[in-house]
Design a protein. Sequence first.
Length: 204
Amino acid sequence: MNDFNLPSRILEKAVNELAKLPGVGQKTALRLALHLLRQKKEEAIQLGIALTDLVENIQYCRECHNITESDLCLICSNPQRDHATICIVEDIRDMMAVENTLRYQGVYHILGGIISPIHGIGPQDLTIELLAQRIAEKPVKELIFALPTTMEGDTTAYYLYRRFRDFVPLISTLARGIAFGDQLQYIDEITLGNSLTARVPFHE
């Protein structure tokens, strides 16, 4: 429902759909829609094609749950990566943050969230069973917890530690150069890279 009257039902529908995007309100959605109308028709059509291609052809890597266009993502299919070292992150943005440090040559596992009882998110809502399958099928020498330094992040790390401590020789976590409450995706690359290099064994 729009907060203002619009002269076209087509425009109203476009505004309503744009307003569903995170951080986009009705006014911003209207500004974006009007901007598209001012562009060359071919440019707007290309945007539509790109969005359709995104939702129809992007899938999740069968090993790490990263975004990919094929069965395996570019990282999991790279034989030069250390496939026995798995860095566990909350989401794809955190994986990208670690990659941007250029200090890590292992592979990843993307949980798709963290355990948060207050939000109704439990272990069964994450990709933990997929991780268990990976560990059962291939030897893993180290799990690295690169999770948010929050109560929910610590809860998730503790759960994963209890779940996999008997199956993986080393379970480590980022060095606490990262302040409590920080999200990985917002930490500068040098600090994050140093915390990754100086990671320490995880303890209960």
